[in-house]
Design a protein around this ligand. Structure first.
Ligand code: SF4
Length: 438
């Protein structure tokens, strides 16, 4: 009898041990999401119920980007509110009334909770329900929390979209065809979930159309009048990895999640589009030749960056929740070596396809104990560090080359056409450091 040779199955990092840390964290709060959400939803307004600190954060983060009258503001809780001496609900009603009188263009108003509003337990969901009743049908009022207590900054988008899901119209059900006829559910529709830059959304729409697939919608939409319907026929594809609550809310409406890597880089974009097409009945064999020219063009554009980046060692501090898809893209398509990939939260379900593609043995960490992580980073001396703004300057002063993770959320990085732009975000700091050294 011949000996049995055990076959080593490559699972990437699906079962890899994860270093879990619960210590001091260096992250922004969920209010930051307002910056890109207010640009995406063009008739929505974000009213932060918070302190002067919250107002300063929003103003300084967005100040440079305002070209028209802003669609966000802060209702400032003062000492009387915080001490419970004033009826904050009454004051909020007055502020909202004044705002809606002055801004008749607003169709959707978000009351955004903050650390102070949570500390004094101001019930914004009750306020939203009351104000919605008062201002319907012109304006719908919803609430969510952007508080920085135990959150990462991209969770603001998740909380906002999760609050919006119950307001989506129902997707009508259709009689299911006999399984023998098609092997498919009745007329599935595809929902792309996550705020994408308009230019990226338009590219994806055109690409699905080029595959002959037109039953594709995007959430969040650009206007409140275009809220996509949802129901058991909905198959949803996440465009961002930080939308756990939104996914749960969609599943509660009967929608089904399509597992896929995220559309970062040529490989990720191809796998993501293929998964979306498959959910609508187009096989991978039929999709591959159709997307091949887009993929090849992206790969050609990446080649020049690969020459610069291959072999560079990169360390991710946990911040945007994009770390794992980015690490997969950088290691597989650009040849970087992953020293440590830290992420604030590791959603194993939504990241399963990504984890499978990471090189075996990658050091993963979840949560943060910032001093210990800084020690690991200093000991490893990586060529490039991806981190939040608070850590970037001190690390630069110590001689490290850094990349602000928040830039990866503000910049269009998804899809084939953005693959080289995404790579350039990592080559630029290395080139700058080289020029400074010269
Ligand atoms: S929500 Fe909290 S963390 Fe964010 S700016 Fe306001 S006080 Fe600071």
């Amino acid at each position: 009898m011949s000996p049995v040779i055990p076959i080593q199955v490559e699972h990437g990092c699906q079962d890899a041990p994860v270093l879990r840390e619960r210590g001091q964290r260096e992250v922004f709060c969920g209010l930051t999401g307002i910056i890109w959400l207010h640009r995406k939803m063009q008739d929505a307004f974000f009213l932060v119920v918070g302190s002067r600190t919250c107002a300063h954060l929003i103003q300084s983060a967005a100040g440079v980007m305002i070209f028209a009258e802003p669609r966000f503001a802060t209702a400032i809780l003062d000492e009387r509110d915080l001490a419970g001496l004033a009826d904050a609900q009454d004051e909020l009603d007055r502020v909202v009334h004044r705002l809606l009188e002055r801004r008749p263009d607003i169709r959707l108003l978000f009351l955004v909770g903050s650390c102070p509003s949570e500390v004094i337990k101001l019930d914004l969901s009750r306020a939203a329900a009351r104000l919605s009743q008062r201002h319907a049908p012109q304006v719908r009022v919803l609430s969510y929390s952007g508080s920085g207590i135990e959150t990462s900054f991209t969770q603001g988008e998740d909380a906002c979209l999760a609050a919006l899901v119950p307001t989506l119209p129902d997707l009508p059900t259709l009689p299911t065809p006999p399984a023998s006829a098609t092997g498919q559910d009745a007329a599935p529709e595809l929902l792309i979930v996550g705020a994408l830059a308009d230019v990226v959304e338009d590219q994806f729409r055109r690409q699905f159309e080029a595959l002959g697939l037109t039953q594709v919608r995007f959430f969040p939409p650009r206007h409140t009048g275009a809220l996509p319907p949802v129901g058991p026929r909905t198959r949803f594809l996440l465009a961002q990895p930080f939308l756990g609550d939104t996914a749960r809310a969609l599943e509660a409406r009967g929608a089904r999640h399509i597992p896929a890597p995220f559309p970062l880089g040529a490989e990720g974009s191809a796998a993501w589009l293929t998964a979306g097409a498959a959910a609508l009945g187009l096989s991978a064999e039929r999709t591959a030749p159709l997307i091949a020219p887009w993929r090849q063009r992206a790969e050609r554009a990446l080649a020049v960056h690969r020459q610069r980046l291959a072999g560079q060692r990169i360390f991710f501090f946990p911040d945007s929740q994009l770390e794992i898809p980015l690490a997969r893209f950088l290691s597989r398509e650009l040849g970087l070596q992953l020293v440590e990939v830290g992420t604030p939260y590791l959603h194993r379900g939504h990241l399963a396809e990504e984890l499978a593609l990471l090189p075996s043995g990658t050091q993963l960490s979840e949560g943060q104990d910032v001093e210990r992580q800084l020690d690991r980073c200093r000991a490893a001396r990586p060529d490039l560090v991806v981190c939040g703004l608070g850590l970037a300057n001190p690390l630069e002063a110590e001689g490290f080359t850094t990349k602000w993770s928040i830039e990866l959320v503000f910049t269009p990085i998804h899809g084939f056409d953005q693959a080289a732009d995404l790579a350039a975000l990592f080559t630029r700091p290395l080139d700058r450091r080289q020029r400074l050294a010269a």
